[in-house]
Design a protein around this ligand. Structure first.
Ligand code: MRU
Length: 349
């Protein structure tokens, strides 16, 4: 794998296909370094996904589709037979377990490559283009819904993790909603959780908001529920890695505490996500696989030891918010109120 600094707008390089290989922005070194990865093998793609160089559910879906095209190229170069190719494709699908988009897009792309490598590459690139379009539709629908649901006047939105261009391409999901609110003049400011342990909020969301000129404040994760109880936010808006058929939502660890606080404070808790994140094959949150990551992501902070040598950690990367705490799920196609019939009067087309 080769890496270089970005010549183009780095946000155009989040994850894409160029000259027969995958190009991706290495999100582990943002915001202090812009590093573009040139990924030519399944090993390197799996590594990039596993260490979160490419991350966020929709971006993982794009990486999965492109990963199948990459595997086919590598199979041609190295003379893999069909069973080896299938095994390598499966490694891409398995690189992270919680975001359903990854496995879903790998499966879809794997079905298309039966029609030949060119068709597979074209289909993978189409997934990327569609993901960009979908993010804009979620953003606009979510902003219109929130300006109705969260009251009058410019809103203060509390968010968690990173759900912008880096996670979704295009405008993002939750952060896209925030951007659309800003564009329509309905946003006061954003409260951003730092998102321990890998600091997607501090490193990535603050970087994106800064580039957009959107006023924001960074807080420690533990401060979120208290600040919500003090009336600082008008709504909580987050993304999702997988939404079960009953409306339970898996998202970055720390989301559940915000949902409880939002319910207690009587403010909307809104999930913005593409339809492709809804997993009808998973009945409830209990069946969602929750990724457990290495202890040293918690015991060290940005690579520096924080806990005594030998400390063990429980590093669950995601939690599940029960459907009953979710005020609305906004997708590109609809507004869903989990736990009750869709409120079609509030449906914004
Ligand atoms: O571990 P990450 O950084 O991939 O987790 C990302 C999140 O939890 C996002 O909130 C989620 O993928 C939604 S992105 C629109």
């Amino acid at each position: 794998m080769r890496h270089e600094t970005a010549e183009n707008d780095p946000l155009d390089e989040v994850v894409t296909w160029r000259d027969g290989h995958v190009v991706a922005l290495d999100q582990t070194v943002l915001p202090h370094e812009i590093r573009v990865l040139h990924i030519t093998s399944v090993d390197d793609l799996v590594d990039a996904i596993t260490r979160l160089a490419i991350r966020g559910a929709p971006a993982l879906g794009v990486a999965g589709a492109l990963g199948v095209a990459l595997a086919v190229r590598q199979a041609q170069r190295q003379g893999w037979d069909e069973s080896r190719l299938a095994a390598e494709v499966e490694r891409v699908a398995d690189a992270r377990p919680t975001a359903v988009n990854l496995r879903r897009e790998v499966r879809a792309a794997a079905a298309v490559i039966r029609r030949g490598p060119a068709a597979g590459e074209a289909a993978a690139v189409a997934v990327r283009d569609a993901t960009i379009g979908v993010s804009r539709r979620i953003s606009d629908r979510g902003a219109r819904y929130l300006s109705e649901a969260a009251g009058t006047g410019p809103l203060t939105i509390h968010t968690h993790c990173n759900t912008g261009t880096l996670a979704c391409l295009g405008w993002g999901s939750a952060l896209g909603v925030i951007r659309a609110l800003h564009e329509q003049g309905d946003l006061r400011q954003v409260i951003v959780d730092e998102t321990r342990p890998l600091l997607q909020g501090a490193r990535l969301t603050c970087w994106e908001l800064g580039q957009l000129g959107i006023e924001h404040f960074l807080i420690c994760d533990g401060a979120g529920p208290f600040l919500i109880s003090q009336g600082l936010a008008d709504a909580v808006v987050v993304g999702a890695d997988r939404i079960a058929a009953n409306g339970d939502v898996a998202n970055k660890i720390g989301t559940y505490a915000l949902a409880l606080a939002a319910r207690q404070a009587g403010i909307p808790f809104v999930v913005a996500a593409p339809e492709s994140t809804i997993d009808d094959a998973t009945a409830s949150g209990k069946q969602i696989p929750i990724e457990r990551r290495p202890d040293d992501e918690v015991t060290r902070v940005l690579g520096v030891a924080a806990a005594p040598e030998g400390t063990r950690a429980l590093n669950y990367a995601f939690d599940v918010t029960p459907a009953e705490l979710v005020t609305a799920i906004v997708t590109e196609d609809r507004l869903i109120h989990p736990g009750r019939e869709p409120d079609t009067t509030a449906l914004v087309s």
